[in-house]
Design a protein around this ligand. Sequence first.
Ligand code: PRP
Ligand code: URA
Length: 210
Amino acid sequence: MSIVYTFDHPLIQHKLSILRDEKTGAKEFRELISEIAALMCYEATRDLPMEDAEVYTPVAPAKVRRLAGKKLAVVPILRAGLGMVEGVLSIIPSAKVGHIGLYRDPETLEPVEYYCKMPPDISERDVYIVDPMLATGGSAVAAIKVLREEHGVQRIRLMCIIAAPEGIAAVREAYPDVDIYAAAEDECLNEHGYIVPGLGDAGDRIFGTK
Ligand code: PRP
Ligand code: URA
């Protein structure tokens, strides 16, 4: 069964408190999404494989440990996932980036795919799907399905800023092997499928479209 990591780190929780505030403007909102993504990435990369090596310091040879060169990719779910990409790349700059475009139909809340572009070697990479909001879980499940069934990706993790219990349950049921990283798990969804208390519409707040 997948693991759900939530983050009680003071820096993440403080930034989240500003992010949730309806008075926070688009510029600060974007910066915070990116910063939280970077901090979460630190934990989400904890089990990357390492190898032994030796380097020469100006004083003496030193036995060191370094990344074993695992190939990674970050895949934002458009639009709002774009806000997390820069933060992730600040921690793992060698990751390739794939894009999947999904929007939620406002009536049915079902995800509608409108774009998909992956690096050619995506099936060889460990993939971090990023999206600030995991609400019903429909978009995340659809993105995982595309990566698994159309692109042959085996190892997938999901990073979101705020998750609803409903979304976590949906992903765990459909893909029990996908670990979920969420800065916070909130209470529930409202009748419009918005996370309560959440932070509103992440895409609109990032891009200033409302
Ligand atoms: C938001 C969010 C997720 C999705 C979550 O995107 O960024 O992708 O909703 O909801 P779900 O878990 O119920 O699928 P939205 O459809 O608003 O598109 P946008 O990012 O283009 O604003
Ligand atoms: N998408 C958002 O942007 N916010 C929510 O609360 C739910 C879905």
